[in-house]
Design a protein around this ligand. Structure first.
Ligand code: GLY
Ligand code: MN
Ligand code: MN
Length: 435
């Protein structure tokens, strides 16, 4: 991995800091139970600026006439490295990650007050981690205690996320390359699950096929807990038990994506366990697919973030009427929000280092306008139709749950759908053909 992209981001952030100071800690290691830890995952903001993979690290960026980028990290420790693996240590980290200076993390507390002194603004993720709030407040107090020696503590504390979210919203070339790699691997995972699916298998057996493909192709693992939902389980939006048997005549919905170098893909496919759609399943599926196409067609620079949701809702509402789920007109179903009984979530979200990525959805204006799409933004397009059994719902549709989710990057002229797994009825039936 090259570090040019990370240093470029630090330079861009420095330019926004004035003579302020930004403090960006990475995530702590977290205990899972007793002395076992969760697999380590760095903080996304820290990673965005550093590419430094170890825990117990803090980036400090000092703006002003002579800007400085500093990294505090663990020291080399042969004994710990025998048990836990390689640590860069400050000296190697300085070169490898192109910081102006690096220090042992144990020196942070002592150095921070001097670094903060006489700066106008302190930037950090206020309230994200109370332990860091406390540590930073202690350093501020240490500067204030020096006021009779002429030192001034920053008067303003701003949320660093306001700056970084804005930057993270528009992906640079290296981010888009990485996201495309995550998409290719995730799509291969979905295709593998389709090929291996048989009636009578358990949902977790398909989950196993996904992780096989993800790890086999070098992804870190899942970017989020995968959903493998057979039949009516698909109508539970966050179903993650993945432990039921797949019935022959059911659909199965898989929402899964891998993480590559910190970046997520987020793909959903829904297909028949038997490999052949029933008429009712196909009718519902075509509605969701048409909603997704309509949504994608509205995505271009300058379009409001809401436009593609509105486009999907309109097609879904018409489909609900055609399927006999709703009566009346499309406008009426939208106006009354009757469609929400069968489609209750948004049509997508920003995607990046976090599966629900950083970035505002509304402009910072009094009008509360939805954000306008710009070239380089990455988002998901994921309409769905979830038909729970009820006495007033046609029985042949009971328990059908469908979502189709792809990832797109906004281009100068529209958008590029960069997730490519079988999707049309014909493609799905072809990839699942058993003869
Ligand atoms: N996998 C989470 C989502 O689709 O938003
Ligand atoms: Mn998803
Ligand atoms: Mn999603």
């Amino acid at each position: 991995m090259t570090h040019t992209a990370f240093t470029a981001r630090r330079q861009r952030l420095l330019a926004k800091l004035g003579n302020g100071i930004a403090i960006v800690p990475t995530a702590p290691e977290r205990v899972r139970n007793r002395d076992s830890h969760h697999p380590y995952r760095f903080d996304s903001y820290f990673w965005y600026l550093t590419g430094f993979p170890e825990p117990e690290a803090v980036a400090v960026l000092c703006g002003g006439a002579v800007p400085q980028t500093l990294l505090f990290c663990r020291e080399k420790n042969e004994a710990r490295e025998i048990w836990d693996g390689y640590r860069y240590g400050p000296e190697a980290a300085c070169k490898a990650f192109a910081f102006d200076a690096t220090y042992p993390i144990s020196e942070l507390e002592q150095r921070l007050p001097d670094l903060m002194a006489d700066r106008s603004v302190l930037w950090h993720s206020v309230g994200h981690d109370t332990e860091w709030d406390t540590r930073i407040a202690a350093s501020l107090n240490a500067v204030r205690a020096q006021s009779r020696n002429g030192k001034r503590a920053p008067r303003e504390i701003h949320d660093l996320r306001a700056l970084l979210d804005e930057m993270r919203l528009i992906k640079d070339g290296s981010e888009i390359d990485t996201m495309r790699r995550a998409a290719v691997i995730s799509a291969a995972g979905h295709a593998r699950a389709m090929r291996h699916c048989r009636p009578g298998m358990a949902e977790y057996e398909l989950e196993a096929e996904l992780i096989h493909e993800f790890r086999h192709r070098g992804a870190n693992g899942h970017a989020y807990t995968p959903i493998v939902a057979g039949g009516h389980n698909a109508c539970v939006l966050h179903y993650v038990e993945n432990n039921r048997v797949l019935a022959e005549h059911a659909l199965v919905l898989i929402d899964a994506g891998c993480e590559v170098d910190g970046y997520a893909a987020d793909i959903t496919r829904t297909f028949p366990v038997s490999g052949r759609f029933s008429t009712a399943q196909r009718d519902c599926y075509e509605v969701v697919l048409a909603a997704q196409s309509a949504a994608i067609a509205t995505i271009h620079p300058g379009a409001s973030f809401m436009a593609y949701h509105d486009a999907a809702v309109r097609v879904l509402a018409q489909g609900m009427i055609d399927l006999g789920l709703l009566t009346g007109s499309v406008d009426g179903a939208i106006e009354s929000e009757a469609y929400k009984r069968f489609y209750m979530h948004r049509t997508g979200h920003w995607l990046g280092l976090d599966v629900h990525d950083a970035g505002e959805y509304k402009e910072n204006t009094d009008g509360g306008e939805w954000v306008k799409l710009q070239t380089g933004m990455t988002l998901t397009v994921e309409p769905g139709l979830y038909i729970r059994a009820a006495t007033d719902v046609p029985q042949h549709l009971h328990g059908i749950g469908i979502r189709i989710e792809d990832d797109v990057v906004v281009t100068d002229t529209g958008c590029d759908v960069y997730t490519d797994a079988p999707k049309t009825v014909a493609e799905l039936e072809e990839v699942m053909r058993r003869d």
